[in-house]
Ligand binder design. Sequence first.
Ligand code: CP
Ligand code: NVA
Length: 296
Amino acid sequence: MKRDFLTLLDFSPAELETLIEQAIALKRVRHTHRPLVGRTLAMIFEKSSTRTRVSFEAGMAQLGGHALFLSPRDTQLGRGEPVEDTARVLGRMVDIVMIRNDDQQALEQFAAACDVPVINGLSDRYHPCQLLADVQTLVEHFGSISGRTVAWIGDGNNVCNSFALAARQFGFQLRVACPEGFDPDADVLAQCGDAVELMRDPEQAAEGADAIVTDVWASMGQESEQAQRMAAFAAYQVDDALMAKAADHAVFLHCLPAHRGEEVTASVIDGPQSLVWAEAENRLHAQKALLCFLLQ
Ligand code: CP
Ligand code: NVA
């Protein structure tokens, strides 16, 4: 039976641990491990991307396979061909599909109609591939993530939802500090139980934390809410004072792209506690591990 990776709950905690170990191992053999010769990944991007596109495309090339970039602008998807029809056809031509869209439900419909594995490359609800890279980065830095405390500061968005599921699956504590009206999805929180704690005060969330994480205040598709969101999140900037509340050894993560002077100051993201470049690089290694897992 084919497997999909649409949320972090699609894999067991043991499988996720193995993926992270594989990702760390693959980092050491970047160009010499080629198990996917002749395999093709189709990547459907309904939204912009730098990291996700390049990491999947470079990753497939390094593994010996090929990646194909598909935009709705120049495929029949953009002209109204049903998602399921596209899924059936792609499933007969390629070995695996990645989709970035604004509709988790459409992603699930696509996966149900497609005979090959489907990967969520970011949706309105989740960004599970980002969390593989983030967990890899924390494991590389701390040795283990189990029992650690991570503070998410800002918008309870798609990346935050995936952070919550990661806390449940990898056994760490997530404190989410966001203004009222910007909480992570209630059904996600309900599935995470004690692993996730919701609060309003960023300082309370940051207190003694091992890692501080944030993301943009207006995600792709929310550009018209920019001004309103800037006002709502004004007290949620990650700056040096907030980092000082965390543990001395605390690190800073951000999935990127970042807006310096909004959700994070330049002094933090470009400072000594920031792991954002390793985090971005790990998208490549973590997704290579994911591709191998789903295709082998
Ligand atoms: N973090 C991330 O997914 O970046 P891109 O939007 O550039 O793919
Ligand atoms: N929350 C952001 C993440 C971008 C990688 C967005 O959805 O635009």
